[in-house]
Design a binder for this molecule. Structure first.
Ligand code: HEC
Ligand code: HEC
Ligand code: HEC
Length: 347
């Protein structure tokens, strides 16, 4: 319930009272639909998992998760729709227009904000970005704002869902922006370190907040703190103490600051070496879980020629954190060493 509440706040955060219009409102030809050229709707419907997020709830796997939780039909339970079809959760109060068909999936407005007050004028050339944002469009310009948008659904799974075998959620923005089929001009992979640092600081902030609310996850918090303090701005801004409230404030500061830092390839390289050196110290699963996304994002931020050499080790690292029961710290450290060697080799 608490999650539902947070998320509703989050997706309606732009301005209380604004209404969602549904993705059909964005889809007309000449706007974001029509099937040619710069067509966000086509990308979303054809290739983006978000458009199928509601469909997932009708699968056998969802049926088993819902049974384990005892929530009846997944597609009708708030415990699932809150992330998989948020307009559904918001439907009664917030869907404004005559669309009686539920707006399934994670659609445009879940990320871009309720369109009621900007849809009519947002394409006008004389309207500034600031004016659109003031009318309720979510500002997605910076890594900070992007992280805040995704982290609500990707950052943390309620404990009950994890026990019911819902897939583990791991949020890291650089990877997810690469894996989400782009309906935007270009994500600058050279700034992957920025996306990583910003998103992990935002994730740390959320975990601290949950911790203050009674959902303590001390291992995950300590692990993120450990990885992030091994960066220049993290060492400066994050306390070493694990007390959640001050750490939450500091983590938000770090996320904001990180969102403004520009990375060069050399700087990313230095950070990669520093972060990879943590591989030899890993003792528990949570540390490995925090380290793997960092290493992948930092490799993404290097020269694109590095990725093919690093790929096998990165796949092994993903496999290494599939299950806490099968985790082997020694083997994990060896794989990080392999990755470091692969990244350092001159092609
Ligand atoms: C309202 C909740 C919500 C928001 C906000 C959200 N997502 Fe998602 N995302 C989901 C759900 C649910 C899925 C799983 C879809 C499925 O397969 O059923 C998903 C899937 C994905 C996937 C595919 C994962 C995979 O392994 O196939 C990527 C990549 C992704 N999201 C990236 C992002 C990014 C980047 C953002 C922020 C810009 C974001 N998401 C914001 C709920 C959300
Ligand atoms: C906190 C947000 C959240 C909640 C709540 C949630 N999910 Fe998910 N779910 C996700 C995200 C995000 C993914 C994509 C994970 C990834 O691959 O990165 C996902 C993935 C899945 C998948 C795997 C999809 C695939 O294609 O592999 C299933 C099945 C699933 N969810 C079912 C459910 C069911 C059933 C419920 C309710 C009992 C539920 N989820 C509640 C966020 C959520
Ligand atoms: C899961 C989150 C998410 C969903 C769902 C989503 N978007 Fe986006 N959208 C983004 C992000 C992130 C960006 C990139 C912002 C940036 O880099 O400035 C973006 C960028 C855009 C842009 C700017 C394109 C550009 O080249 O700068 C448009 C237009 C857009 N989205 C329209 C849509 C439409 C229409 C839909 C529904 C079909 C949609 N979006 C669904 C997250 C989302």
């Amino acid at each position: 319930m608490r999650l539902l509440f947070t998320l509703l706040i989050c997706i309606t955060a732009a301005r209380a009272g604004d209404h969602f219009l549904g993705w059909q409102s964005c889809a007309s030809s000449g706007c974001h639909g029509g099937g040619k050229g710069d067509d966000q709707m086509l990308v979303w419907q054809k290739s983006d998992a978000h458009s199928r997020a509601y469909g997932t709830l009708i699968s056998e796997r969802s049926k088993r998760i819902a049974e384990a939780l005892g929530v009846g039909e997944a597609a009708k339970s708030n415990q699932c729709t809150v992330c998989h079809s948020p307009m559904e959760s918001a439907a009664t109060a917030k869907i404004a227009n005559a669309l009686k068909n539920p707006n399934h999936g994670v659609s445009c407005e879940a990320c871009h904000g309720p369109a009621e007050n900007w849809i009519r004028f947002h394409t006008r050339k004389d309207i500034s970005h600031a004016q659109r944002v003031a009318a309720g469009m979510r500002d997605l310009d910076t890594a900070y704002q992007q992280s805040n948008t995704c982290v609500g659904c990707h950052g943390n799974l309620p404990a009950g869902l994890a026990k019911a075998s819902h897939p583990t959620l791991r949020f890291e923005l650089a990877r997810q922006l690469v894996e989400m089929p782009a309906h935007w001009e270009n994500f600058d992979a050279g700034q992957s370190a920025k996306a990583w640092l910003t998103s992990q600081a935002a994730l740390l902030r959320e975990l601290c907040w949950l911790s203050e609310k009674g959902n303590a996850q001390p291992e995950r918090i300590a692990a993120l703190q450990w990885v992030l303090r091994e960066t220049a701005s993290g060492a400066e801004l994050l306390p070493a103490d694990p007390a959640p409230a001050p750490l939450r404030t500091a983590a938000d500061k770090l996320a904001k600051a990180a969102s403004k830092i520009k990375w060069t390839t050399e700087k990313t390289r230095t950070q990669f070496d520093r972060t990879a050196a943590l591989g030899g110290q890993v003792k528990d699963f949570a540390q490995a879980e925090a380290l793997v996304p960092a290493l992948r994002a930092l490799v993404l931020g290097l020269d694109p020629k590095v990725m093919p050499r690093a790929k096998d080790s990165l796949v092994s690292l993903d496999l290494a954190i599939r299950s806490p029961a099968l985790f082997d710290a020694k083997k994990f450290s060896e794989t990080v060493a392999q990755l470091t060697a692969a990244v350092s080799t001159k092609p």
